[in-house]
Design a protein around this ligand. Structure first.
Ligand code: UGA
Length: 434
């Protein structure tokens, strides 16, 4: 095999660590730098710092090809192609916080042959301003489209790879495109601003799809339709497509909430009012709260009621709690005077730090003990396997709000539950065992 060019990764969060592991798997030597010494120490010892299916295996298999360091100098000496993967969290104003990106840029030497490859999600215009500050440094925008929970798979089988470069940086863009050539998926070459917009627009569109189907679900409840059937029927139209039409309790995570807001603000900063995204955000916020009304419909006041939250992570197969709908829901339930108990198979540790007054149970069954209602917040596969008949017996009142339309209502009803989904018409419960 011809020698593959070393790759540098700056910031080993979700995107950075997956990028490092996957390029190592493709045969590259990788030098990955993070400013947190404890994270670098843990990764150097072979510990995986995040829960991401397949990642631990990749890191173990390619351990000798990856070096973790806190030293920028070591990174700059070892690699010419530098992927910036630091986070860009939202600021109070809703804009993206670029301070970590800026801190990285300040550490880069002027006039070197390094190529700065931006994987962090940044507002359109960021590349142009970095190029202004660091003339001579080659700059390529290469946004990441991986999803937590399937990040390794997404990296290895991308739908597309976007490589954005402006005039003068064509050679750098060729080098970046070359890194992805072994992978399937189209490589789209574009200018930097368009690449930046592709990332923001893609996330905003997917979030719009989710808010749209959530509103359809809410109307379905009024007219007695089933949103699952509606989504299936819509999705068969190839112009619409079937993905991202799962109604639920709203989108969360580190990306959609932040990127939708950042795009709205980016537009606003230029004087354009992006009305559609304003609605997408509002629908999502209200959707997280609808569970409260569903519980009240059955229980009346929630004061003193014990509510079990099954799942806390923003989606299954991750321990990420950023912008998880569970955070808003738990706070709203407590605001109504409910006692909240929760269980998550993977995210409980991270969640406990954020939900101090929520009781953490160490199994789903334990969470359900004596509860007046249960809410499926995250679609963890183990909840489908649960013995719901046994669960009904443990609860003070077998009431289930399925915030992900994850379970078969007939099965849960047969186990003795009152069932509420999102936008699902469910008939009266059949007699137990029937
Ligand atoms: C999202 C995008 O899907 C990735 O393409 C992108 O790279 C990433 O953001 C990013 O910008 O880094 P991610 O946040 O990991 O990925 O998770 P998704 O699977 O997209 O789910 C986001 C949220 O939407 C979750 O809370 C999920 O439960 C919710 N969702 C998703 C729905 O409520 N309904 C759906 O039909 C799909």
């Amino acid at each position: 095999m011809t020698e593959r060019e070393p790759v540098g990764v700056i910031g080993v969060g979700w995107v950075g660590l997956v990028t490092a592991a996957c390029f190592a798997e493709l045969g590259h030597r990788v030098i990955a730098r993070d400013i947190l010494p404890e994270k670098v120490a843990a990764l150097s010892r072979g510990e995986t710092t995040i829960h991401e299916p397949g990642l631990e295996d990749l890191l173990r298999r390619n351990a000798e090809r990856i070096t973790f360091t806190t030293e920028m100098g070591e990174l700059l000496d070892g690699a010419r192609l530098l992927f910036v993967c630091v986070d860009t969290p939202p600021t109070y104003s809703g804009d993206a916080d670029l301070s970590r990106v800026r801190a990285v840029v300040e550490e880069l030497p002027e006039g070197s042959d390094h190529v700065l490859i931006m994987k962090s999600t940044v507002p359109a215009g960021t590349g142009e301003s970095i190029r202004r500050d660091l003339p001579g440094l080659a700059y390529v925008s290469c946004p990441e489209f991986l999803k937590e929970g399937t990040a390794v798979e997404d990296f290895m089988h991308p739908d597309r790879v976007v490589v954005g470069a402006d005039p003068g940086d064509e050679a750098a863009a060729d080098a970046v495109a070359g890194l992805y050539e072994p992978l399937p998926g189209e490589i789209l070459r574009t200018d930097v601003a368009s690449a930046e917009m592709i990332k923001l627009a893609s996330n905003a569109f997917l979030a719009t799809k989710i808010s749209f189907i959530n509103e359809i679900a809410n109307v379905c409840e009024e007219v007695g339709a089933d949103v699952g059937e509606v989504a299936r029927g819509m999705g068969l139209d190839q112009r619409i497509g079937s993905s991202f039409l799962r109604a639920g309790i709203g989108y969360g995570g580190s990306c959609f909430p932040k990127d939708v807001s950042a795009l709205k603000m980016l537009a606003g900063n230029t004087g354009y009012h992006f009305q559609l995204l304003t609605a997408v955000i509002e629908v999502n916020e209200l959707q997280k709260r609808r569970v409260v009304g569903k519980l009240e419909k059955h229980l009346g006041s929630l004061l003193g009621k014990r509510i079990a939250l099954l799942g806390l992570a923003f989606k299954a197969n991750t321990d990420d709690m950023r912008e998880a709908s569970s955070l808003v829901l738990a706070a709203r339930l407590q605001g109504e005077g409910a006692e909240v108990v929760a269980y998550d198979p993977v995210a409980a540790g991270r969640a406990a730090e954020l939900l101090e007054s929520v009781e953490m149970a160490d199994s789903a069954q334990a969470a359900l003990d004596g509860a007046d209602a249960a809410v499926i917040v995250t679609e963890w596969p183990e909840f489908a396997e649960l013995d719901w008949k046994e669960a009904a017996g443990r609860m003070a009142r077998p009431l289930l709000v399925d915030g992900r339309n994850f379970l078969d209502p007939a099965v849960v009803q047969a186990a003795g539950f009152e069932y509420e989904g999102i936008g699902r018409t469910v008939g009266a419960p059949s007699p137990a065992g029937g």
